[in-house]
Design a protein around this ligand. Structure first.
Ligand code: UD1
Length: 488
C-alpha cells in the first residue's frame, strides 16, 4: 500500500482549546494573508513516477485538496503552490484552480521552499504554510490557526498534535509545559533520547509574520543529517531573534496525520456519501460506492450499490442510479432512471429519461426529456429528441435526432468514411426499421419510414417510405427437394 507522509498507528489529543474568534473564513479587513503550499518534493516513499502531490484521493490530486481548503481562507490568487519535481506537470494539472505557482528548481528543504518564494510573498503581512501532501486539512483548522496566530501576535505559529506514537515527526520543545511558547522543533533524526519521548509533534502547517520570517530566514543552515534547510529551524532562529513562537494544538489529529493513500481515499469517499445522505440522498451500501468530491446529487435520488459518480457529475432529484453504473462529468436531470451497468462520459440526460441497462453514452451525447436509450446502445455526439427511443443494440454517432423518433434494434449510423466524420439528421416522428444502416451524410425527413434492414445512402423526403435492400426471393419446395436429394 502506498504511504503518504509519515504514518502513525494511533493518536490521542490532549486538546487545550485556546481562545480564538470563530470566523475561520476570509478576513474582510486587517492584515494581508497569503497561503504557500509546499509541493516541490519528489515523494520517494511512494515509489512512483507520478509526482507525489498528483496522486489522487477522493477523485482529486492531493494538492487539489490542499488548494480547495486554502482557497476558502484566502482568495485563490493569494495561494502560491511551490512546485519543483515535475513542476510543469503539476502546474498544468492544477492551473484551472486559479492559484499561482512558484518554482523551487532544486529541492533543498522546506526552509529553502520559502526562501525561493520570498519575491511572491514579500508583499503580504502573514503567510500560512501548508503541505501539498496533506489533503485532510480543513479550512476551519487553517482559519483557527490563523486566528490564534493573530491573537498571540506571534512571528511564527505552528499547528501541533499529541500522538501516542510520534515516531518520524518533528517534536515540539515548549518553553514550559503550560506555555503556548515554543523553544524549538527538533527533527526525529536530530533528536536526543529525551526529546524522542515528546509526544507533541509538528504537523508541518505554520503561520509566519512575513517581516520577521524574511529578516531571519537567511540564518537557516544545512548543518543537519539531511543537509537541508529545515523550515522547522525557524522556531529556534526566531526565538534567538527575540520573536514570539507559539504552537496551537489541534483537537483533530486525523487532519494532520499521515496514512496510507488507500485509507485516506476510503475515508474521503465515505464522508462524501455521508454528506449526500445528510442532504437527502439515499445510498444503499455506501462503502461500495465511489463518489468524487465535487459530485452533486439532489435529494430523493437513490444510488444503488457499486455505483461510481466521478468528476463534475451533477444528478437531479428523484433519480435512481442502479448498480454497476460509472458516470463521469455528466449532467443528469430530475426523475431519470439509469438501469444497471451504464457508462457515461460528458453526457447530458434530460428529465424523465430512461437509460440502460448497459448503455454507453459517450462525450457529447444529449438525451432529451423522457427519451429511452436501452440495452447495448452506444451514443456519441448526438442529440436525441424528446420522447425518442433507441432501445436495443444500436450505434448512434454524430447525429441530430428529433422528437418522437423510433430507432429500431440494430440501427447504425455510419458516420466515418475512414477519413472524415459525417452527420446523420433524423427529423421528428421518423420510424427507422430494425437493422438499418444510415450512411452519412444523410437526412431522413419528418415522419418518414425506413424499412427494416435498409442501407440508406440518399436523403429520404418527409413522410416517404425508403427501402434500401434487395427484394426477397422465395423458392417454393427448395428445402423438400434438397432433402430428397440427400436421401438418394
Ligand atoms: C516535515 C517537518 C516535520 C513534520 C512533518 C509533518 C521539516 C524539516 N520537517 O517533515 O517537522 O513533523 O513535516 O509531516 O520541515 N517540500 C518542498 N520542497 C523541499 C522539500 C519539501 O516543497 O525542498 C515539500 C514536500 O513536497 C512536502 C512538504 O514540503 O509536501 C513536506 O516535506 P517533507 O520532506 O515530506 O517533510 P517531512 O519529512 O514530512
Amino acid at each position: 500500500m502506498k504511504k503518504l507522509r509519515k504514518a502513525s498507528t494511533s493518536s490521542r489529543i490532549s486538546g487545550r482549546a485556546p481562545s480564538h474568534s470563530e470566523n475561520t473564513g476570509p478576513l474582510e479587513t486587517g492584515p494581508r494573508f497569503a497561503v504557500a503550499i509546499m509541493a516541490a518534493g519528489k515523494g520517494t516513499r511512494l515509489k512512483s513516477q507520478l509526482p507525489k502531490v498528483l496522486h489522487e484521493v477522493g477523485g482529486k490530486p492531493l494538492l487539489a485538496h490542499a488548494i480547495t481548503a486554502a482557497a476558502r481562507v484566502v482568495p485563490a490568487r493569494d495561494v502560491y503552490a511551490i512546485v519543483g519535481h515535475e513542476a510543469e506537470r503539476v502546474r498544468s494539472a492544477l492551473e484551472h484552480t486559479g492559484v499561482q505557482f512558484v518554482l523551487q528548481a532544486e529541492q533543498r528543504g522546506t526552509g529553502q521552499a520559502l526562501m525561493v518564494a520570498q519575491e511572491a510573498l514579500g508583499g503580504y503581512d502573514h503567510v500560512i504554510v501548508l503541505s501539498g501532501d496533506a489533503p485532510l486539512i480543513t479550512a476551519e483548522t487553517i482559519g483557527r490557526l490563523r486566528n490564534f496566530h493573530l491573537e498571540e501576535r506571534a512571528a511564527m505559529t505552528l499547528l501541533s498534535a499529541d500522538l501516542e506514537i510520534p515516531t518520524g515527526y518533528g517534536r515540539i520543545v515548549r518553553k514550559n509545559p503550560r506555555s503556548s511558547e515554543v523553544q524549538a522543533i527538533v527533527e526525529e533524526k536530530s533528536a536526543n533520547a529525551e526529546q524522542r519521548k515528546i509526544r507533541e509533534i509538528n504537523s508541518g502547517f505554520y503561520v509566519f509574520a512575513v517581516k520577521p520570517l524574511y529578516a531571519n530566514i537567511g540564518k537557516l543552515s544545512t548543518a543537519n543529517p539531511h543537509g537541508e534547510f529545515y523550515l522547522t529551524d525557524m522556531a529556534a532562529v526566531l526565538r534567538r531573534a527575540k520573536q514570539r513562537v507559539v504552537a496551537w494544538k489541534t483537537a483533530n489529529a486525523s487532519e494532520v496525520l499521515g496514512a496510507e493513500l488507500a485509507h485516506i481515499d476510503q475515508q474521503m469517499r465515505l464522508s462524501k456519501c455521508r454528506q449526500l445522505m445528510e442532504e437527502g440522498v439515499t445510498i444503499f451500501y455506501p462503502s461500495t460506492c465511489v463518489i468524487d468530491a465535487d459530485v452533486q446529487v439532489a435529494p430523493d435520488t437513490v444510488i444503488e450499490p457499486f455505483v461510481q459518480l466521478l468528476g463534475n457529475t451533477r444528478i437531479g432529484t428523484a433519480c435512481r442510479v442502479r448498480s454497476y453504473s460509472v458516470i463521469r462529468d455528466s449532467e443528469i436531470g430530475d426523475g431519470v432512471t439509469i438501469r444497471p451497468g451504464c457508462v457515461m462520459e460528458e453526457a447530458r440526460v434530460a428529465a424523465g429519461a430512461m437509460i440502460g441497462p448497459y448503455s454507453h453514452l459517450r462525450t457529447g451525447s444529449e438525451i432529451g426529456e423522457g427519451a429511452h436509450v436501452g440495452n447495448f446502445v452506444e451514443t456519441k455526439k448526438i442529440r436525441l429528441g424528446k420522447g425518442s427511443k433507441a432501445n436495443h443494440l444500436t450505434y448512434l454517432g454524430d447525429a441530430e435526432i428529433g422528437a418522437g423518433v423510433n430507432i429500431g434494434a440494430g440501427t447504425i449510423t455510419c458516420n466515418y468514411d475512414g477519413v472524415n466524420k459525417h452527420k446523420t439528421v433524423i427529423e421528428d416522428e421518423v420510424f427507422i426499421g430494425s437493422d438499418s444502416t444510415l450512411v452519412a451524410p444523410v437526412r431522413v425527413g419528418k415522419g418518414a419510414y425506413v424499412g427494416a434492414a435498409s442501407c440508406i445512402t440518399e436523403d429520404v423526403p418527409a413522410e416517404a417510405l425508403a427501402i434500401g435492400r434487395s427484394r426477397q426471393i422465395v423458392k417454393e419446395g427448395w428445402a423438400r427437394e434438397k432433402a430428397a436429394a440427400r436421401k438418394k
